[in-house]
Design a protein around this ligand. Sequence first.
Ligand code: TRP
Length: 335
Amino acid sequence: MENQVQKKRILSGIQPSGDLTLGSYLGAIRNWAALADEYDCYYMLADMHTITVRQVPADLRRHTLTQVAAYIASGLDPEKNTLFVQSHVPAHAQLGWVLDCYTMFGELSRMTQFKDKSAKNADNINAGLFTYPALMAADILLYQADLVPVGGDQKQHVEICRDIANRFNGIYGDTFKIPAPYIPQVGARVMSLTSPENKMSKSDKDPNGCVYMLEKPEDIMRKFKKAVTDSDACVRFDPAAKPGVSNLMQIYSVSTGKSFAEIEQEFDGRGYGDFKKAVGESVVELLRPIREETERLLADKAYLESVYRAGAEKASRVADRTVAKVYKKVGFLAR
Ligand code: TRP
């Protein structure tokens, strides 16, 4: 063990702002489990980011706990991955403030997510929503992460994190490892079932557009049966001309392991009705064991508590070292 080459470190986070979607499962969580052998992986529940948009406190708590259970049920073994809740590790708030002071108003004003979220929450454009990228930079830099698995919508935030880290290192000398975004080879970008030009999202206005990881089979089936297709009754992969059908093929392909060619052949001459039913069933079967295991874990609160406590302790040990280094560099008097 001792002379083993140091594994590269990965950090990622998902906000517990609602129920996890099929999109986050197929696009992210499902692929994370396979990384544990090669990388030292930290997965955070970004609850501090979640309150940039107003939350119902009891719901936030429930979503956070459910998400811990769903991570484990999806194959993230807590012995091999560090699973933790952001607010359990005070270093995030500590470094977040320092980085606020090394992040420019102009840079933050250009963030696409800020512009989108302020348009959607016009009555609550709070300072946290604006400085969100500096907190996210802290999340990453605290762990000296090499790689940050994110979807396309978060790439800009990883970019600004690199800029902040380079700026800080330029002033004070090497302090932070410069992280890179990590876009996994496998995995899918799952689109809304009702407006397939948009990413599947829990904030979709049409509740039928988004399938949840822990949703009941009959609800999943109903949503797939209503999924938007097109009028040429032919199962063929062509995202530009046939976004709805291509999205369903993508989902079917990841949940069954079948190639697009195999799928086209399987549904050759058959209607969309059969196809949508098959996709729904494959998703139901894929998610069934995860839902059952999540429910079983949620009944064992003591175990879940032991997981997130151990995760917070381990994360804190790493993060506190970075905070100590940073506090010294910026000139804070040692306590
Ligand atoms: N901003 C990310 C999102 O909304 C969540 C997140 C917070 C994150 N901190 C992170 C992702 C650090 C990667 C690394 O999806």
